[in-house]
Design a protein around this ligand. Structure first.
Ligand SMILES: [Zn+2]
Length: 108
């Protein structure tokens, strides 16, 4: 899969989906001062676990001084709240998102 460049808090990061992470690690974020810095997310994650990890790692990217417990808690809370039917339906019924979801499902 091709890396994509994402912007987090005015800085550019490579978003990499990979199996190449330490055992029991689902994501990792390079320090914001690193050249060609990356946010790495374990490639087999899906659904709420993927969202939790994505939010967790992008919180670190945006502010690498915030407390690990806070990052873990807010990412887990956000992912859990988002994955409830009322939020998911508002997200998925957006015509642009719905079109992307249909294309993804058609190609899988
Ligand atoms: Zn963390």
């Amino acid at each position: 899969m091709v890396d994509r460049i994402i912007s987090i808090a005015w800085k550019k990061w490579r978003l990499v989906f990979t199996k190449d992470l330490p055992r029991d690690t689902v994501g990792a974020t390079d320090p914001p001062t690193k050249k060609r810095k990356a946010i790495r997310i374990r490639s087999e994650l899906v659904g709420q676990e993927f969202l939790d990890t994505f939010l967790h790692e992008t919180h670190h990217a945006g502010n690498d001084t915030i407390n690990e417990d806070y990052v873990s808690q807010i990412a887990t809370d956000q992912a859990e709240a988002f994955c409830k039917p009322d939020c998911l339906s508002r997200f998925l019924t957006c015509p642009k998102i719905e079109s992307m979801v249909r294309e993804i499902l058609d190609n899988s």
